[in-house]
Ligand binder design. Sequence first.
Ligand SMILES: *[C@@H]1O[C@H](CO)[C@@H](O)[C@H](O)[C@H]1NC(C)=O
Ligand SMILES: [Zn+2]
Ligand SMILES: [Zn+2]
Length: 445
Amino acid sequence: MGFSKGVFLILYLFLFFFNHSFSSLGLSSKELSEIPINFLKFAKKSEVFDWMVGIRRKLHENPELGYEEFETSKLIREELDKMGISYKYPVAVTGVIGSIGSGKPPFVAIRADMDALPIQEKVEWDHKSKNPGKMHACGHDAHVAMLLGAAKILQENHKLIKGTVLLVFQPAEEGGGGAKKMIDAGALENVEAIFGLHVASHVPLAEVESRSGPLLAGSGFFESVISGKGGHAAIPQHSIDPILAASNVIVSLQHLVSREADPLDSQVVTVAKFQGGGAFNVIPDYVTIGGTFRAFSKESLIQLKQRIEEVIMGQAAVQRCNATVNFFSNEKPLFPPSVNDKDLHKLFQKVAGNMFGSDGVKDMQPLMGSEDFAFYQEVIPGYFFFLGMKDETMKQNPLPHSPYFRLSEDGLPYGAAMHASLVVRYLLEYQMEIPVVTVDSHDEL
Ligand SMILES: *[C@@H]1O[C@H](CO)[C@@H](O)[C@H](O)[C@H]1NC(C)=O
Ligand SMILES: [Zn+2]
Ligand SMILES: [Zn+2]
């Protein structure tokens, strides 16, 4: 097999240099740079734009919470059916994974989350939420509309897809760890890279923001019941006061970040819940406290988790109380930090630069917020960015999770075109080395 080995080696070297010194698959760099512009033009066409707006509004009127996104998922499948795009369903309860392209490797994925929040919408407009106490206050309605928009662009330009694009519609981003369930269900099998975006109501239209490396913090939640012995508030010597014990616990927890963490490694511990007692003259039996902790590395996060438990148990014992600590490992798994791959960052800068010009591509500081997109990034290279959808008609733009949250629907074409451009360019600019290496190694083994 010496002959074919030599041929493959020459072929490999030729393609390697061809790929690196010229552009990919015969497309000039000018042609590559026009892809995002053409996709955006297509997404801005009135029939495509109106269709996306329609989907977004329908979802906004009918928000569903994590793992209950049945109507949302149905709407997605109906739209995929209309476009003739095949999909897997159900994945992780309500999730859908569409597939466009050759059906063969390389596989690259784009993701949207589908869930709403338990918030009563306070924005008065024609498409206000019809589900009491539920609202798309994080823009996941727009995420779904933009991923379907990307599907339309990709279907229209399927000849440009050198491999397979997976459209990942996942449930339960808001604390439910839907991404983790999708991965457990095999969503990332053979997938090389994944992209995701989030609407940003404070960033102007035609602008995107992100960074290479750590972007969003990892997070966990905890709840603790501190039990003492209730009794008359005027005879404390006959009681064990859990309110005082819990107060000391909370103060001690604040020392984890101020005294134990590296000041250059940003971390947060917040006690956001403190419940106990009721009467002015009764020491209660127990107090419940709870909160969240955040860090930019998995090590720091695990360290915080361990120390939170130790401090609660130890400090409660100092006051003669017992304590239990719950980290909700099943319902609310520890979210890893969201870390952007540096090569994908370069691709993002090129693609977004083509679409928005360099002024529209901003570098941002990391945020202490969390995203369950980080679960994908723990497994394969991933890239997450923020898309400007600021509503310029408003004096102030409430942030996500506000009952007044709003965004400009004019941003939808940008998100759809970014999704589609990133995956098409990824496959065009990264795929050539893979099949050749595969042929070579098959020959040898
Ligand atoms: C703590 O737990 C121990 C062992 O179960 C028990 O004997 C004690 O009464 C508890 N103390 C309080 C204050 O609940
Ligand atoms: Zn959210
Ligand atoms: Zn969100």
